[in-house]
Ligand binder design. Structure first.
Ligand code: ASP
Length: 308
């Protein structure tokens, strides 16, 4: 057994500038990131699986109103909240995902149920909700997702054709994600989001797409992404990091650097990712001004960062 476990989370990337942040707001985010990370860390410390740590940590992030996932999800063009999530087990490549689900309290748990309780990988919309009812998943009222800031953001663009990433002025992406390796050397990754403000026509981003927004394989690494989803889909970001390691023998650091700072940047994709390799190395890469992020290794020391 390898005692070297590790965990990392993100709460979105984008134009997050120190100059635009108040001390109070900074404190709110750093405290939230730290307490969410602690949930997963405790599971790993007590010998739990990376899959359990990833799910439990993302549940905390989804329940926190400051991030664009679960409770804090942005408004669609119809004034609804449509959420996407995915999870992957690096030990056996099992994966589960949901897209366009409404009124589901914790989409990450539903994604895990798709993985464990169906023969499928990806369920969406009404069908995913039907499945959720069949397993008695927790539903909440639409009001649960109401947030004045998100509502105001939506009001500003609702009658335009504009689809907006999370925050109008700061251009930040508030999706959440978690990657972990446990004492047994198993990797897992998960990602959850409300998508883009004012999204229409059943738009789905990279978050629930295995290989784009989320990927885990014990042979290489676990990855969770955040950023402008369309570009992350085109660049198949999460899987590309794993491929560069597997086929080109690159280190996690070099693979993440090539994908985030070269390949994504070349096509105009802004955002970042968190990743852990099979040896417990952690990478937190982004090509935007900032990324809400936190991580810890077996020594239990938690580091929280926001800016470059
Ligand atoms: N990647 C997400 C999406 O495009 C957005 C984000 O990361 O905040 O739906």
């Amino acid at each position: 057994m390898n005692k070297n476990f590790a965990i990392a989370i993100h709460g979105g990337a984008g134009t997050i500038l120190r100059s635009q942040m108040t001390a109070e707001k900074e404190k709110v985010y750093t405290t939230a990131l730290e307490s969410c990370l602690q949930v997963g860390l405790r599971i790993l410390q007590s010998g739990g699986s990376s899959l359990d740590a990833v799910e439990a940590t993302i549940i905390e992030l989804e329940n926190c109103p400051f991030f664009n996932a679960g409770k804090g999800s942005v408004f669609t063009n119809d004034g609804k909240h449509e959420m996407d999530a995915s999870i992957m087990n690096g030990a056996n490549l099992d994966a589960g995902a949901v897209a366009m689900v409404q009124r589901i309290k914790n989409p990450i748990t539903l994604a895990r149920s798709v993985m464990e309780k169906t023969e499928h990988v990806f369920l969406c919309g009404e069908g995913a909700e039907k499945f959720a009812r069949s397993i008695n998943a927790a539903f909440v009222d639409d009001k649960y997702f109401f947030d004045q800031l998100r509502y105001d953001q939506w009001q500003q663009v609702k009658d335009t054709g504009i689809t907006q990433l999370d925050h109008v002025d700061e251009k930040k992406f508030g999706t959440v994600g978690c990657v972990a390796i446990d004492m047994h050397g198993n990797l897992a990754a998960g990602t959850s989001t409300g998508g883009m403000t004012n999204k229409r026509y059943g738009r789905v981003g990279d978050t629930p797409m295995i290989g784009a927004g989320t990927y885990a394989n014990n042979k290489t690494c676990a990855v969770s992404c955040t950023g402008h989803g369309e570009y992350f889909i085109k660049a198949v970001v999460a899987y590309d990091v794993a491929c560069l390691m597997e086929y080109k023998n690159l280190s996690l650091h070099d693979a993440c650097n090539i994908v985030v700072n070269e390949k994504l940047k070349t096509i105009g994709g802004e955002g970042g990712l968190i990743a852990i390799d099979k040896n417990g190395n952690i990478e937190l890469s982004f090509n935007s001004d900032g990324m809400y992020r936190a991580h810890a290794k077996s020594d239990g020391v938690i580091k929280v960062e926001i800016y470059k």
